[in-house]
Design a protein around this ligand. Structure first.
Ligand code: AMP
Length: 427
């Protein structure tokens, strides 16, 4: 589903575009409209499904299109960790870039300066506060935070908050909010205690369950942790290991498709390439040749990953880590069709480790790490926490020219979240 179909404000569509999002993810398809209609929601959706934009977009849309007090807090997002607060603030900054909506991330453990910055933003009024419970309570206890205009409450990763013992803190924050408000609760799991919390907070919620599809069990999945320059030699090495009859190599960018195809062609592999620069006729012809086994190897972007039925692929190589768990499942689902076995290899560079760990998280199990042959030299450690990109939010890189500033400064107007006249400059 295209974002233009939701009836969102033009300024938000610009933000979505600059983030590089094209189609809504399943969770976005299911929750955006009910949130726009004012319904309470309880959604089981994990990180990596696009749930942040799923709640931010309709809430920002409502703030900018419905009457609201611009000098008071309109929305409160409560999250378990400062990392999540920063990540949401960054996505917020990107999506709301062309609107006047301001936001600030309020999280614990920082120095006194940031407490003062938060205090300033909270007391002068900021449209959206993205907070960890303890820190928010510290501010609330000081008496300068005005919550009487809050219309939207969002609890994200609510199960984790309960696991971390934040139940009472959450209820305390809620005690400061008006009774009349829209409540959205997102949680990866729905244990009993979550249902109890939901009963206390939500009013006739719409329940939404986003189950991630799992790859067929007969697919052997392995990941190579490597450096970017090791990718092409490793592809060639893998292709020479066995007489593969049908191989698809997925790249996230068409520039990679072109580069890899060129290299493989020079090394006399029987390959075809598919990407959006090719005319439909040319793509059909390549596909036809691949189906007929005239070509053994197909190098393609994700335009090929969904809905195209090719039987008997024995190997899928993810030359780049797919954008999310769904893309991963779709890509590797090209192999092991019709109960045959298949192999799926994923190349993971240092910068992609965090993204890959999110996919593993969604799959519910780590993918076996295969050894890169010694002749290719040393390889990086698999340490996704360390590899987390400092740019955070967007999984499609380079959406907005020049990138975005860091969350803390970016998340409030002029770095303090106040409603000054100086709106965000257009890039
Ligand atoms: P989340 O589940 O909210 O943590 O989102 C996971 C990643 O997907 C984030 O990096 C988002 O920027 C990105 N994302 C969210 N929605 C979309 C979309 N419709 N298209 C492409 N990327 C998206």
């Amino acid at each position: 589903m295209k974002f233009t179909e939701f009836g969102l404000d033009e300024r938000l569509l610009e933000g979505i575009d600059s983030m590089g999002y094209e189609n809504a993810t399943p969770v976005q398809e299911q929750v955006i409209v009910p949130i726009l209609q004012g319904k309470d929601i309880i959604a089981s959706a994990q990180t990596g499904t696009g749930k942040t934009a799923a709640f931010l977009l309709p809430v920002i849309n409502k703030i900018i299109t419905e009457p609201h007090d611009a000098h008071l807090i309109n929305a409160v997002v409560i999250v378990p960790t400062r990392e999540l607060a920063v990540q949401i603030a960054q996505t917020m900054e990107g999506l709301s870039y062309f609107t006047d909506v301001s936001s600030i991330a309020v999280y614990g453990g920082s120095d006194g300066t940031s407490f003062t910055t938060e205090k300033k933003a909270l007391s002068s009024g900021v449209d959206m506060v993205i907070c960890t419970p303890g820190r928010m309570i510290a501010h609330l206890n000081m008496g300068y935070v005005r919550m009487e205009a809050v219309k939207y409450l969002i609890l994200d990763e609510a199960d984790r908050m309960l696991d971390m013992g934040f139940h009472d803190d959450i209820m305390k924050i809620i005690s400061f909010l008006p009774k009349q408000r829209q409540n959205l609760l997102f949680s990866a799991t729905m244990p009993m205690k979550m249902r109890e919390l939901a009963r206390k907070i939500l009013h006739h919620p719409l329940e939404i369950n986003i189950a991630i599809s799992k790859p067929p069990e007969q697919i052997v999945q392995e990941a190579f942790i490597l450096y970017e320059p090791q990718k092409i030699p490793l592809v060639k090495d893998i292709l020479r290991r066995k007489d593969f009859q049908s191989v698809i190599i997925f790249c996230s960018r068409k520039s990679n498709v072109k580069q890899l195809s060129g290299e493989l062609r020079r090394s006399k592999f029987s390959i075809g390439e598919i990407h959006s620069d090719l005319e439909q006729d040319a793509r059909e012809q390549v596909l036809q040749d691949f189906r007929n086994k005239k070509l053994k190897i197909l190098v393609a972007t994700d335009i090929l990953s969904r809905g195209i039925d090719i039987e008997e692929i024995d190997l899928v190589i993810n030359y780049d880590v797919p954008n999310d768990g769904e893309d991963y499942v779709h890509r590797i689902g090209r192999t092991a069709r019709a109960a045959s076995t298949g192999t799926a290899y994923t190349f993971v560079t240092e910068a992609e480790q965090h993204k890959f760990a999110q996919i593993e998280n969604l799959l519910g199990a780590p993918v076996t790490k295969a050894a890169v042959p010694e002749q290719f030299g040393p390889t990086p450690e698999y340490n996704p926490r360390k590899s987390r990109p400092s740019g955070g939010g967007s999984r499609r890189q380079g959406g907005r020219p020049g990138g975005r500033p860091g969350a803390r400064q970016a998340s409030g107007r002029n770095g303090h979240g106040g409603h000054s006249g100086a709106r965000k400059p257009r890039p």
